[in-house]
Design a protein around this ligand. Structure first.
Ligand code: SF4
Length: 347
């Protein structure tokens, strides 16, 4: 639990709210160099595969999902997913990020068969099923979190993404995502995953009408979970993309808020090794600046992105442009694996 009255907590809220922007950036940059003394910015070539958009969670910030029986609802076939993986591999991709809605029509065996199918026919690193999905599986199929994860791992799951983290403060989640895994449950899934040996990423989506203290509480809770299991490889934050959602009235937060938020995350999360810049939501230029505000990773050359683009934000790049953007910002671009180890240079 987080004590909001503790001096350390209040100091971080103060720093986040009041420090001059460049001062906050300098602190984050110093932490970045302490953890990553090399002048390298990593990136990965991967592909988002959203296996279904059918969902019963009704998150107010989501423009991607369709209710059951909606005419635009879909579920990809194994063969369609296999074809996407082959396209990714042809571009040098090394992992898939596979997430979907909480689809009540899919049996648990389908997920296991899918993982086995991918490993047998299109072997690749499978980074899939956020804690919210894992929690949904547990509830739907009457299993414990540990049982769900063990079965997914046995079928081929390699690591899990930090989707659905939003703000890990229950009052905030109650307002925007009441039917989804709560803050405690989301972290519980992560802690069990870490105990079972799975690496995971961790995220924060802000701009849901929460306070600065709520954001700092989110970071403190992530830091506490990391102190127990140590399985978070990277933190990524981005603002709500409100277009076409029920939260359209909240509007979009600005680039300065993004830079401040990423910077304070780098400073608080001194036990999470990597920070990924979210150029997909913020655009390339802010992505470059983010490298001076604590980020040491430029994220993914995504071949496909469906969730952010459903909310009206579309930023795309090529491998050559991504490398140029990193180099122009003053760093050496290097491709990495899912676990953030660098791939050897091509001969
Ligand atoms: S964010 Fe995920 S869980 Fe929430 S409505 Fe969208 S698809 Fe469903």
């Amino acid at each position: 639990m987080v004590d909001r009255g503790a001096p350390e907590f209040r100091d971080f809220v103060e720093l986040y709210d009041r420090a001059p922007l460049l001062e906050l950036g300098r602190l984050a940059d110093a932490m970045r160099w302490r953890l990553h003394p090399e002048n390298v910015v990593s990136y990965i070539i991967d592909r988002n595969i959203n296996y279904t958009n059918v969902c019963v969670a009704d998150c107010k910030f989501c423009a991607f999902y369709r209710r059951p029986k909606h005419g635009e609802g879909y579920l990809l076939t194994f063969e369609e997913i296999g074809r996407k993986i082959e396209e990714l591999k042809a571009l040098g991709g090394v992992q898939i990020l596979m997430q979907g809605g909480h689809n009540p029509y899919i049996p648990f065996e389908w997920y296991l068969d899918l993982l086995r199918y991918i490993k047998r026919h299109h072997p690749i690193h499978i980074h899939a099923f956020s804690p919210s999905e894992v929690d949904f599986f547990a509830g739907r199929f009457g299993m414990s979190i540990e049982q769900v994860l063990r079965e997914l791992m046995a079928a081929g799951l390699d690591s899990i993404p930090g989707g659905g983290g939003e703000i890990l403060v229950q009052e905030v989640r109650d307002r925007v995502a009441k039917k989804k895994a709560g803050a405690d449950r989301w972290l519980e899934v992560m802690e069990i995953a870490h105990r079972l040996g799975l690496k995971t990423s961790v995220t924060m989506m802000y701009g849901l009408g929460e306070s600065s203290a709520d954001r700092i509480e989110h970071l403190f809770r992530v830091k506490q979970a990391q102190a127990k299991g140590g399985g978070f490889t990277a933190f990524i934050c981005w603002p709500l993309q409100p277009e076409h959602t029920e939260l359209e009235h909240l509007g979009k937060t600005d680039a300065v808020t993004y830079l401040r938020t990423q910077a304070i995350a780098r400073v608080v999360l001194d036990n999470v090794p990597n920070i990924q810049a979210s150029w997909v939501t913020m655009g390339m230029k802010v992505g470059q600046v983010a490298l001076r505000f604590g980020a040491n990773d430029f994220g993914s050359l995504m071949m496909e992105e469906n969730v952010v683009s459903a909310a009206g934000t579309t930023n795309r790049t090529t491998l050559a442009e991504m490398q140029r953007l990193i180099a122009d910002a003053g760093y050496v671009p290097k491709q990495r694996r899912q676990d953030y180890t660098l791939l050897p240079e091509a001969a």
